[in-house]
Design a protein around this ligand. Structure first.
Ligand code: AGP
Length: 596
């Protein structure tokens, strides 16, 4: 939610660096954008809309300065207007602040500041920060001390960056919102996420909660709340800047769908011994969980549902919880390993759930894509899914990689019957996904049903989370009503909604009991004139009742779920394209949801 950036040391290029970086952070929010440059004084340019709107605004604006900050917003307090866009300033105009997070006690502080005579221009929680800094500076504090004083007053989450007139420096504070420094040869950067400055450097420093940084011509330094210097590790990012571009695809989402073979290969690389039929995951130690609780949100929750089934099938009790529910209504934990599945590693609900589990004494594991993320750093263990950067707000390749990693986790920590077959299927999976991407009928299905009133998705067992994920993708990027159901549940209510205008996507793999029962459910919707799209490996007779068939190769059910999901991703993508939707930046959403 919201992306912030800062840059020191790029001279006259500063503004371009900031705007380019904001474009890379747009997946975090795209309601408004703005920049502030310090050059003796402080000048600000900001506006409602996307980064291109900010670019237009900058054309008629002679902003200059060698030190700067920027922001792209996902609205929490106040609508997406010019006034509510960041940076926010104090009464004198000497201070400008960008903020990612939520200041929970802002109203109380604002009332106090208004009573003192401060004038507010926005509805945001953020605006209290520059006014508090203004007070501290007026009392004679240095900008560093001012920021330390200010954050002591704040309850909530924040990644804050500020510029102050007369100081060629950026001042930074972090609590519960991501913030990373980028160390170039002659310049220093800060951002909510590495893609913002990856074009300029691969050397990064992840700030921790309660830390402050000063970036200036001499470089950078990090201090704690007591003002003491903190020695920080410098990490090297392992992915290239090109991975954050579209590489000729119309949308990031399509590119990322097509990156799934590579993402899966990366996920598996060096972790499976096919000859021995074993999995060896670095850094996990001897986990051998007696029971597992998964916590996650959205797409990651669907991956967690799949993961829980893998453990259950290996005889290990496993439960899956929506992180937002777990955080406020935690179940008994006992000796469970609590696994947070989170692509970003920054989802506030998931972090809360994991913290709740830790506070109750549980061991925790983050299954995440993001090295250095809060989840990875706070959990006892981290299993990286290695999907590479995902920019499209709708998760695609990270879901496939989450399923891959959860297979590794289950196979590596349990005695799973048939592990050798499962490992062989995982080995074949990237090639099968590639073949399916090369040739499929998803576009034709999208064309046939682009005008449908609603879409339903059904599946059983490992295909149930795929049905839920298919529906989530469809609603996120097409804005159409879409629901996923356990196939057996349709007749308990949702069947009332099924008409000739509601295509039903049925994921039917294999020809076992689950498949046979789902075919029965397909007959029920067919009898109500609903068009049926079967996603199938051809082993059952579901094709007899289907209007369209999306084929997947015959394989292990674990791998089949990934393949079926690719078909559904493509249908959603092409439907959204036909409807001319904002596929990479769907309305009202942001990729990394850092508020509860
Ligand atoms: C997926 O398409 C969504 N953008 C969303 O549901 C997402 O999966 C969810 O917010 C969880 O994100 P995380 O994996 O980064 O924790």
């Amino acid at each position: 939610m919201c992306g912030i950036i800062g840059c020191v040391g790029r001279g006259d290029e500063t503004l371009d660096v900031l705007v380019h970086g904001l474009a890379k952070l747009e997946y975090r929010g795209y309601d408004s954008a703005g920049v502030a440059l310090a050059n003796g004084g402080v000048s600000v340019c900001k506006r409602a809309g996307e980064i291109d709107d900010l670019r237009d605004e900058l054309e008629g604006n002679s902003l200059s300065g060698k030190v700067g900050i920027g922001h792209t917003r996902w609205s929490t307090h106040g609508p997406p207007t010019d006034e509510n866009a960041h940076p926010h300033q104090d009464c004198t105009g000497d201070v400008a602040v960008v903020h990612n997070g939520i200041i929970e006690n802002y109203q109380e502080i604002r009332d106090e500041l208004v009573a003192e005579g401060h004038e507010f221009k926005s509805d945001t929680d953020t605006e209290v920060v520059p006014h508090l800094i203004e007070n501290a500076l007026a009392d004679g504090d240095s900008p560093e001390d001012a920021i330390r004083y200010v954050v002591e007053r704040l309850d909530g989450s924040y990644a804050i960056a500020a510029v102050v007139a007369g100081h060629e420096a950026v001042f930074v504070a972090r609590n519960d919102s991501p913030l990373v420094l980028g160390l170039g040869d002659d310049a220093t950067y800060l951002a909510s996420d590495v893609p913002a400055f990856r074009d300029h450097t691969d050397k990064v420093v992840y700030l921790d909660d309660g830390e402050f940084a000063r970036l200036d011509a001499d470089g950078w330094e990090v201090r704690n709340l007591a003002g003491e210097r903190v020695e920080k590790a410098v990490d090297t990012v392992t992915w290239d800047a090109e991975e954050t571009g579209k590489s000729g695809y119309d949308h990031f989402m399509l590119k990322e769908i097509h990156e799934q073979p590579r993402a899966l290969r990366q996920c598996l690389r060096g972790r499976v011994d096919e000859m021995a039929g074993t999995v060896d995951i670095e850094d996990l130690g001897d986990l051998s969980p007696r029971r597992v609780q998964f916590v996650a949100c959205g797409t990651s929750y669907h991956a967690a549902m799949y993961g829980a089934q893998l453990f259950q099938r290996a005889g290990v009790p496993a439960e899956v919880y929506l992180a937002s529910e777990y955080a406020t209504s935690p179940p008994p934990i006992g000796d469970s390993l609590v696994v947070g599945v989170t692509q970003s590693g920054e989802t506030a609900d998931t972090l809360s759930a994991l913290r709740e589990a830790r506070a109750r004494g549980a061991r925790t594991l983050a299954v995440t894509n993001t090295v250095g993320s809060t989840a990875a750093r706070e959990c006892d263990h981290a299993l990286y899914i290695r999907a590479g950067p995902e920019i499209g707000v709708a998760a695609s390749k990270t879901f496939a990689s989450q399923l891959g990693a959860l297979n590794l986790l289950a196979l590596g920590t349990t005695q799973t019957d048939g592990a050798r077959d499962a490992i062989a299927a995982l080995r074949d999976l990237p090639g099968q996904v590639q073949a399916l991407l090369d040739e499929n009928d998803a576009r034709a299905v999208a064309e046939a049903y682009q005008d449908a009133g609603a879409y339903f998705f059904i599946g059983r067992g490992l295909q149930y989370p795929v049905a839920l994920e298919g529906a989530l993708k469809m609603k996120e990027i097409t804005y159409k009503h879409a629901e996923g159901f356990a196939a057996g549940e349709l007749k308990h209510g949702p069947l009332a909604l099924v008409t000739q205008d509601t295509p039903v996507f049925a994921v039917v793999l294999g020809d076992g009991e689950r498949a046979r029962k789902t075919v029965g459910n397909v007959k029920e919707v067919e009898a109500r004139d609903a068009p049926v799209v079967a996603v199938t490996d051809g082993q059952s007779d579901v094709e007899r009742y289907a209007d369209h068939v999306l084929e997947v190769p015959e394989t292990h059910p674990r791998a089949g779920a990934v393949l079926a999901n690719v078909q559904l991703q493509l249908v959603s993508y092409y439907t959204a394209k036909l409807l001319d939707r904002s596929i990479d930046k769907p309305r009202n959403l942001a990729k990394s949801v850092t508020v509860e």
